[in-house]
Unconditional design. Structure first.
Length: 324
């Protein structure tokens, strides 16, 4: 659990402990003075003064390395998921979830044209492991957004979004914001079973989805009301269909989120390093993407702590845009 309490209390207790030890030392000094020549007694007093007084001075004015010194963090350059795109690209084109011409133009217009590998994954499918980095993060986000939106799954059919009724399905950011389809998002919503899940795999998706949060809002992946939530749902479904374990899915959520939310992840990594001496790579994935760390309110608490302590880092380019 992320501990946001100020750690100054421990320092105050340490200082108080040092002060409490002064009285016995002075008593011992007086006893020595009564039995030793004045010159030796003065030497003893000087030694005690330097030792005790110096300790207090060092503790107060020359503390151990600051949180800023300890908060040097690094995030991975890339992450390889234990899953492939399979045939979801061609299936999304066939379902009308992606207008290929407009989808390709979207990236070309942004000065980031799709690579040959990405075009192949979209048009023909791919059996190669999915690799996410700063350059592929947006392609993965949009492709898996379309997949999460279109794939038929109980989370869409009976989950939190469905509770608002079919008439309001089109009002969420994850539906109204998807403008890259041949068909409207409301027609695509949970309309095609692109991947088959066993009952055990479905249960695993639901279990992990309820525990993976995103800092752009307060909802878990089981309530995919924005593009990041819908894309993360797609990732979990895809991974489960290919036999991924619960740990695999949480780890993927941790690192994929790092590329979709680079600034927020850098701040969380800084917080973990500064307060717990914990490297991001070693941090429990369930903690990193959990409600207390990575939901809207959880992240704000982390951000406020860093702001108060003057530790706010700045991530390189990229961002958490909630549109295509």
């Amino acid at each position: 659990m992320v501990n946001l309490r100020d750690e100054g209390n421990a320092e105050e207790k340490g200082t108080a402990g040092q002060g409490a030890g002064l009285a016995p030392s002075r008593c011992r000094a007086r006893a020595l003075m009564s039995r030793l020549p004045m010159r030796i007694a003065l030497l003893v007093l000087l030694t005690l003064a330097l030792g005790l007084g110096g300790g207090l001075l060092l503790g107060r004015h020359f503390p151990a390395p600051t949180a800023a010194d300890r908060a040097k963090v690094s995030l991975p350059d890339s992450f390889t998921l234990p899953a492939s795109y399979g045939n979801i690209g061609p299936a999304l084109l066939a379902a009308g979830a992606i207008d290929q011409e407009r989808f390709v133009k979207l990236y070309a217009d942004a000065g980031q044209p799709l690579t040959e590998e990405q075009l192949a994954a979209l048009r023909k499918g791919s059996s190669s492991p999915i690799v996410i980095d700063r350059h592929s993060a947006r392609f993965l986000l949009n492709l898996l957004w379309a997949f999460g939106l279109t794939n038929q799954n109980a989370i869409l059919q009976t989950g939190p979004m469905a509770q608002y009724g079919t008439e309001k399905i089109g009002s969420f950011a994850s539906t109204a914001g998807w403008t890259m389809g041949v068909k409207p998002a409301t027609s695509l919503y949970g309309s095609v079973r692109i991947v088959e899940l066993t009952s055990e795999q479905q249960a695993l998706v639901e279990q992990v989805a309820t525990a993976v949060y995103r800092p752009c809002c307060g909802n878990p992946t089981s309530f995919p009301d924005c593009n990041h939530g819908m894309a993360m749902l797609g990732i979990l479904e895809l991974m489960a269909s290919q036999g991924a374990s619960e740990d695999d899915m949480f780890t993927a959520a941790k690192y994929v989120s790092a590329f979709w939310f680079p600034q927020q992840t850098l701040e969380l990594a800084t917080f973990l390093k500064a307060t717990q001496g914990l490297d991001f790579a070693k941090a429990d994935a369930r903690l990193v993407v959990g409600e207390e760390s990575f939901s809207g309110s959880g992240f704000q608490a982390v951000h406020q702590k860093l702001l108060t302590d003057g530790l706010l880092p700045q991530a390189p380019g990229g961002g958490n845009n909630c549109g295509v």
